[in-house]
Design a protein around this ligand. Structure first.
Ligand SMILES: [Zn+2]
Length: 123
């Protein structure tokens, strides 16, 4: 995958939020192929390098329930991995990955708020 867009992307963003995945654990499971664990690990290395060059940060957030929690109301909406659409009783619905991305963003922003209030960078 060409990554020529990455420096521009890093310069335009303050921080990047990613799920803190256990890549070694995934590599030992059958899920490894589905998660493209090696490609994801390589991408995170490149993203981190480019973000640091641009004076930005990459913040890993807890991956638990990012696709199960409703990003609109916070309700737990259990669904199997094969179910790709998030549909909540509150009325919010979206692609499963979009819902998870919104949760990851919210978690990352909350980590930033904690970082700024103490004055120490935990990223
Ligand atoms: Zn909801």
């Amino acid at each position: 995958m060409p990554l020529s867009w990455l420096p521009t992307w890093c310069a335009a963003s303050m921080s990047f939020y990613v799920e803190a995945l256990n890549l070694q654990g995934l590599a030992r499971s059958h899920v490894a192929r589905d998660c493209h664990d090696q490609a994801w690990g390589a991408f995170l290395t490149i993203l981190t390098d480019k973000a640091v060059e641009a004076g930005r940060s990459v913040i890993a957030v807890d991956a638990r329930n990012t696709s199960q929690l409703c990003s609109a109301c916070g309700a737990l909406v259990p669904k199997p991995l094969g179910e790709r659409w998030h549909r909540c009783a509150c009325g919010y619905q979206a692609d499963r990955d979009i819902n998870a991305a919104r949760n990851i963003y919210r978690l990352g922003e909350s980590r930033q708020a904690l970082t700024w209030s103490t004055g120490a960078c935990v990223a």
